[in-house]
Ligand binder design. Sequence first.
Ligand code: AMP
Length: 275
Amino acid sequence: MKVFSKISEVTEWRKLTNQQTVSLIPTMGALHQGHGFLIEEAKKNSDLIIVYIFPNPLQFSKNEDFDEYPSLLPGALEKDIEFCRKQGIDAVFAPKVEEIYPNGIKKITTVEPNPQLLNCLCGKARPGHFQGVLTVLLKFFNFIQPNKAFFGEKDYQQFLLVKQMIYDFNLHIEILPVKIRRESSGLALSSRNKYLSDEQKIQSAEIHQTLEEAKSLILQGKPASKIVKELNKDYFEYFEARDSETLEKKDKLPLRLFIAARIGKARLIDNIVVE
Ligand code: AMP
């Protein structure tokens, strides 16, 4: 497995592999079986798989958890590289912040996400977040020139915004969604689950339980807008029913339910399709 830290190394590798189908898995590190699921899917239809590991400061606001993000802890990168080696990945690109933002992040050109998809859910709750996500992705797409890129449905709004950017900027990359991988409790795997105590983990399982309960009530014919109000909890940042393509609010099937919740210092997100 190749391990690159410089843009020049990864672009050189891509020149040498230009006849092969390369799949990219973008990550912020602290890799877990959710990321492993993306790798499994990528293996089905690619010649080569490259994972990038880059906790991106541009997508965190000042009061968020960038400095404590689990992949920045001592020894975390070595563990992530070992994880990729065991998964049979062909290349890992793990650059330092200075390599990606040599002039810092304050004065750079950023991507403005599609407003209709942006101004709700996490886009509303985390101003500037998706500008940072799309900007860094566009940079990595340019370095790596992948044929395909895999994204988890856990970050469903992100998946839609990336797909829209690919379309609007005429990029030749196939964007593929991957289902959410969960713990046996139903809690969606996330790097931020590391912040949770045992007790908080039990509480976190309520997020998926609530989604399932709401789904079954909606399938019985109850209006989604009423159900999300009835099952809302004080630690939910949002609980909403929206269209899976446009993200417009929706009462009738098919729709998707979205939750963001704060438990201790973890902000957790999850969603489920109802059809
Ligand atoms: P992150 O490292 O958290 O930025 O995530 C990198 C990619 O892995 C994103 O496309 C996520 O949606 C995806 N991902 C993270 N957790 C899961 C999960 N539990 N199931 C499926 N995909 C996931």
